[in-house]
Design a protein around this ligand. Structure first.
Ligand code: NI
Length: 169
């Protein structure tokens, strides 16, 4: 396994709509493993392939507490079939450093995806898991946490990021 670099705003790959995975080859398993290692190392509770500059519909998630055994979920071509309830919670994102945003999302979702064997899986997720899945599905559609902010907050943040990146050069 290898830890990958997490790309950050304003990298345009974060805005790409990722392509559906068709073939289930060994490189897919390697990608998922590398993404998992990158997520655990960050540390974070979820990561989408766009965040490691790969535009394929692959997400990894683990919302188990740090002191609990790992419970990795790899979802390929995930889609939401049904949703229920709504709440608003503040989220962060590894690709949007030093940015927090309250986001309204359904609290319970029914998900369809493929696993690493290419088998179709369907399940219901609630709470933090449901939220993390929705956040990562946003990523593979090119949508970012920033998009839930008002335009002034968003523009100020982007300005600050560009300034910071210029200083780093
Ligand atoms: Ni994110």
């Amino acid at each position: 396994m290898a830890k990958l670099e997490i790309v950050k705003v304003p990298n345009p790959v974060l805005r790409k709509v990722a392509e559906k995975v068709k073939g289930y080859t060994s490189d897919l398993e390697k990608l998922a493993q590398d993404m998992a290692e990158t997520m655990y190392g960050a540390p974070g509770v979820g990561l989408a392939a766009n965040q490691v500059a790969v535009t394929r519909q692959v997400i990894v998630i683990d919302v188990s507490a740090p002191d609990k055994p790992k419970n990795l979920l790899v979802l390929i071509n995930p889609e939401i079939l049904e949703e229920e309830g709504m709440d608003e919670i503040e989220e962060g994102c590894l690709s949007v450093p030093e940015f927090k945003q309250f986001v309204e999302r359904p609290t319970k979702i029914k998900v369809r995806a493929k696993n690493l064997k290419g088998e179709e899986v369907e399940f219901t997720a609630e709470g933090l898991l449901a939220r993390a899945i929705q956040h990562e599905i946003d990523h593979i559609h090119g949508r970012l946490l920033l998009d839930y902010a008002g335009s002034i907050k968003k523009q100020l943040y982007l300005k600050k990021r560009r300034k910071l990146l210029k200083q780093d050069k």
